[in-house]
Ligand binder design. Sequence first.
Ligand code: GDP
Length: 437
Amino acid sequence: MLPHKETIFALSSGAVPAGLAVMRISGADVPAVLAALIGSLPPPRQATLRSIRTRNGLVIDTGLVLLFPAPHSFTGENVAELHLHGGRAVVDALHRELAAFPNLRPAAPGEFSRRAFENGKLDLIEVEGLADLIAAETEMQRRLAVEQSSGGLSSIYYGWSERLTRARALIEAELDFPDEEDVPGSVSDQVWADVSRLTEELASHLEQLEAGEIIRDGFKVVIAGKPNAGKSSLMNALARRDIAIVTEIAGTTRDVLQVDLSMDGYLVKLYDTAGLRDTDEIVEREGIRRAEKIITEADLLIFIEDLSIDSVTEEPPEGAVLVGTKSDLPSRSVRQYDLVISTKDGVGLEALRGLIVQRLKAKVQPQSMAIPSRARHREALSRSLAALQASLLSPGRGLDLRAEDLRVAGDALGRVTGRVDVENLLDVIFGEFCIGK
Ligand code: GDP
């Protein structure tokens, strides 16, 4: 492991002022810097109470100091953590002191994680899981991120990679001793039986991606219907606060409004849309265009209709939940609704919440949380699957070509975990992080 030229530091805890502030330092110079700040080095990995001083001997603060000598640290380099009181002036003073050391500089966003990746402490899946864990707002996002950041998902891919490597090695052997190819029950049969099992496992793993995406990015629920049907009132009622403007004037909502809700531990992204009608008004027309777009992307469409007016409306799109609104008013509709609600007196709202959760859970039934959840995973896993399928498609094609398919499948898998050629992806992935991680 080549030591990095510069040693980096950053506040790894949240915004000051706070009870505590944790300054993290990583790099070859850590022991020297620490010795300068606190006198002698503390024993490795033991929280030690020390005064932290400027080079002029003035006390900046007193707090816990931890030293993690390389390679047994988050980044794989020498790492120190200084736990100070979380006051702005305290943190600023330490910052100034650190920046004055030669070869020390503030860390860029995600730079600690990037060094951890470069030193083989984390793979890309774990790095992404860590970013997700930090960003997690719901219980299910947290569970997904924990599984990913702690290597549960990676271990599946490493297991598959090993099986592919073994298969290729056996095929190589077979190519070197072609006479044995026709022997019944030969090595080749075992290889292809396992490749076929692997293909099935990968295919069913990929089927879980939708569930992973819903957990990570949210379940999209779109409220649509005619102007004045009560869409904005429903959005506000479900969010339990005023997000959308409610008026009796048709066409008030002109853009797509969105609010994040947590339901049963899942992230639900609720959208209120412009009322669907023919109009020449240019802004409203753009609103309707956006509404139509988000409707096509919905995981669940709630199509609402004012049951107090007896206008004939068109059929809701397939799969939509048809909800009659304003049930506090006399009904003049002959329609069969899936549910009737009133935002005025709250009738049906709990049932509607229950229905949203039920529809969500019907799509997200993960057996485990070791499932893919990003477009990046989809691309690489799909490429791997396609190559595996190609290797099985025409057995008469020649062992060397089929072995090449397995190599392509293995490379694609390697890209998921970052073992193979991912240089171009790194800036995108580490850019997601905040400073100090
Ligand atoms: P949108 O245009 O579909 O977003 O509809 P709004 O939510 O702005 O509501 C249109 C009008 O219907 C407003 O005057 C609301 O006060 C009224 N409204 C909405 N929901 C209900 C309801 O459940 N009962 C009654 N009586 N009026 C409602």
